[in-house]
Design a protein. Structure first.
Length: 174
């Protein structure tokens, strides 16, 4: 073997290089997707401002109501925007179109582990300040890459981010 690469080898490398460039460009574009109305990132999390919100099949009052969200402060993920409407989904993946006036930028999360301990500081070996039940909605205050500080029913503390729905793994908050 002479150590020289044949035509097939060079072409294969060129194709692989082009495919890698396209994959990286797609990943960057997906990471930077912005809403056409607000220019805010998509997807993003918000909370339900109202205690009752009609969830519609499409982005207008003429579209059929598929169901009604009835849990105030529930975190929702916005996946699309159209004029005054936001397409949202909940923790179970159920969603539809909701009028923007029913949503709030106040961040909340849902606890995904039963009797989740809140810690005094963002570390495993710190005192527990409270335990939160599965399904509790808590206000999101701060987040590091691993931990989030919550406020639920007057109890404050830190818990691992992996036990929460309503915050992305890479998200940090001050």
């Amino acid at each position: 073997m002479s150590g020289k690469m044949g035509i097939l080898g060079r072409n294969t490398l060129k194709i692989l290089g082009a495919a890698l460039c396209l994959a990286l460009a797609s990943a960057v574009a997906a990471a930077e997707k912005r809403g056409p109305v607000t220019n805010l990132p998509l997807p993003r999390y918000v909370s339900l401002k109202a205690s009752k919100a009609n969830v519609r099949r499409g982005p207008s009052r003429t579209h059929r109501i598929d169901w009604v969200f009835t849990r105030r402060n529930m975190p929702l993920q916005i996946t699309a925007e159209y004029e005054h409407w936001r397409r949202v989904r909940d923790i179970e993946g159920v969603g539809g179109w909701v009028h923007y006036s029913l949503l709030s930028g106040v961040r909340t999360v849902i606890i995904e582990a039963d009797m989740l301990p809140l810690k005094a500081r963002p570390a495993e070996n710190t005192p527990v300040t409270a335990h939160l039940e599965l399904g509790v909605i808590a206000k999101l205050e701060e987040c590091t890459l691993e931990w989030c500080k919550l406020n639920a029913g007057g109890y404050k503390g830190w818990t691992p981010k992996s036990n929460l729905w309503g915050v992305t793994p890479e998200e940090t908050r001050d």
